[in-house]
Design a protein around this ligand. Structure first.
Ligand code: ADP
Ligand code: MG
Length: 262
């Protein structure tokens, strides 16, 4: 059964989508069957993999609200072992439509049920809010990765997110764990970056991944090519750092292939 990992932080621009695409591509490159679920109405994971959200007929939205089988909405990407359950703008309306549904927090969990066993990992790209879709994502997830940008106000909003996770753990998903806090957009030359690393590590200690994602131009360019950075420039610092993150997660979960070391 695949492990479902939500990439969440209600702050925009912290690296959720970049982490989703490139962590998923790294797991896929290491030969783990991986599904990306784009749970953000902005559909950046969908477009970042080269698909036009306006042309998507069946998205996660139809799988949650209508009678569309999730299997039928999944797109096989050009990248081996990597599939996508896309998003489109209508997902915004889903929050409102779901309000009156029974078990409205569990629609994504139900939608993923029939495909979960076909994958080793399911990575959910959450939207920058703590609304019903994100609650659905966290209810469907086994664990959550929280990207934190090495910038001013890095810790802002984290308390609220951790509180939401606690509420979900107590009411909707007792098995939910925190996979780790991921420091992103680190710039060696900027003193502030080092301060944030120090502050976050002091505060959250073992919860913080050893892997730190550097600020890397290739990572910011790759969505315009509709490709994960690994497919575009496998030797770039960005590609290597996400491969390291994938290996760290595999090691933590006892899934690292025998012939690979972290
Ligand atoms: P979110 O999904 O949290 O809103 P994104 O992943 O879209 O954040 O990242 C926000 C912006 O920063 C995007 O333009 C993205 O290309 C860029 N970006 C993200 N991570 C990096 C990085 N490590 N180095 C350089 N640019 C990055
Ligand atoms: Mg995003």
């Amino acid at each position: 059964m695949g492990k479902v990992i939500a990439i969440a932080n209600q702050k925009g621009g912290v690296g959720k989508t970049t982490t989703t695409i490139n962590l998923a591509a790294s797991l896929a490159a290491l030969e783990f069957r991986t599904l990306i679920v784009d749970a953000d109405p902005q559909a950046n994971s969908t477009s970042g993999l080269g698909y036009n959200p306006k042309e998507i007929e069946n998205s996660i939205y139809e799988c949650m609200i209508e009678d569309i089988r999730t299997r039928d909405a999944v797109i096989q990407t050009d990248f081996p072992n990597l599939d996508l359950l896309p998003s489109h703008i209508d997902l915004v309306g889903a929050e409102i439509e779901m309000i009156n549904l029974k078990n409205r927090e569990e629609k994504m969990k139900e939608a993923l049920y029939d495909v979960k066993e076909e994958y080793d990992f399911v990575i959910i790209d959450c939207s920058p809010s703590l609304g019903l879709i994100t609650i659905n994502s966290l209810t469907a997830a086994d664990s959550v990765i929280i990207p934190v940008q090495c910038e001013y106000f890095a810790l802002e909003g984290l308390g609220k997110l951790l509180n939401t996770i606690k509420i979900i753990q107590s009411r909707l998903n007792t098995a939910l764990t925190i996979e780790g806090i991921l420091l992103t957009m680190y710039d060696l030359r900027v003193r502030l970056s080092n301060q944030v690393v120090g502050e976050v590590t002091a505060h959250f200690q073992q919860m913080v991944f050893n892997t730190i994602i550097p600020r890397n131009i290739r990572l910011s360019e790759s969505p315009s090519f509709g490709l994960p950075v690994l497919a575009q420039d496998a030797d770039s610092k960005g590609a290597i750092s996400y491969l390291n993150l994938a290996r760290e997660i595999l090691a933590k979960n006892g899934r690292l292939p025998q012939d690979q070391t972290v």
